[in-house]
Design a protein. Structure first.
Length: 200
C-alpha cells in the first residue's frame, strides 16, 4: 500500500499543476446584417506547463514499464519475482518475446507527449486514440490494483492457492503504475483541451 500511496500523491501534484487560463478575445462582427455589437470569443486554454506536466508524467510512468520489459527481455532478473511464477515460467527461455511488448509500451509512452508538443496534428483522431489508451490504462490498472489488494487483505479468497510475491508485485507496483500512467495522461489531455464559444 505504501507504493500505491506514493504513486497517488505524485498524481495529486500533477493535478495541482493543471491550471487553466481564460481569455476573452474580441472579434469584429462576422458580416450578419443589422448586428452592430462586437462578438467576443472565450477560449479556455491550459498553460504550457500544465500540458507538459500531465503528458510528461504519463511518459515517465510508461517508460518505467517499458524499461523493465526491455531489461527482462535482455535476461535481467531484478524484480522479476514481482511478475509472478506463472508468467516467469511462461517466458523462461523465451525472454526475447518481452521485447515487442516493451516496444509497444515505449510507443504508448512517448507518442502522446510528442503529439502534445506538436499541438496535436490530426487533432480529432490523435486525441481520441490517446483518450482510449488512457481509459484502458485506468480501467486495467485500477481494477487489478483493487482486486489484488483485496486478495492480499483476505477479502477475496481465491479457490486455489495464489503466488503471493507475484500478487504483491502487481497490486503494489505494476498495476498502480498502469493506473498512474492512465490518470496522468488524462490530466494532460484535459489540460490541453481548448474550448471556444461565442459570447455576445
Amino acid at each position: 500500500m505504501l507504493r500505491t500511496t506514493i504513486v497517488l500523491r505524485g498524481i495529486g501534484k500533477v493535478l495541482a499543476q493543471a491550471t487553466v487560463e481564460v481569455q476573452d478575445v474580441p472579434e469584429s462582427p462576422g458580416g450578419n446584417v443589422g448586428e452592430d455589437e462586437p462578438v467576443t470569443t472565450r477560449k479556455v486554454a491550459s498553460t504550457p506547463g500544465s500540458i507538459r506536466g500531465g503528458c510528461v508524467a504519463a511518459s515517465v510512468f510508461g517508460m518505467i514499464h517499458a524499461g523493465f520489459s526491455f531489461y527482462w527481455a535482455a535476461g535481467g532478473t531484478v524484480l522479476v519475482w514481482s511478475l509472478g511464477t506463472g508468467m516467469v515460467e511462461s517466458f523462461r527461455g523465451r525472454e526475447w518475446l518481452l521485447a515487442p511488448i516493451a516496444l509497444v509500451k515505449l510507443a504508448a509512452a512517448v507518442v502522446p507527449l510528442a503529439l502534445a508538443r506538436s499541438s496535436w496534428p490530426a487533432r480529432r483522431v490523435t486525441r481520441w486514440a490517446c483518450w482510449l489508451g488512457a481509459l484502458v490504462l485506468v480501467v486495467w490498472g485500477g481494477l487489478n490494483t483493487v482486486v489484488g489488494n483485496l486478495v492480499l487483505a483476505g477479502v477475496i479468497r481465491p479457490e486455489s492457492s495464489y503466488d503471493r510475491p507475484g500478487m504483491i508485485g502487481h497490486a503494489y507496483l505494476w498495476d498502480p503504475l498502469f493506473l498512474a500512467w492512465g490518470v496522468a495522461l488524462i490530466v494532460g489531455l484535459v489540460a490541453s483541451r481548448v474550448r471556444a464559444s461565442a459570447v455576445r
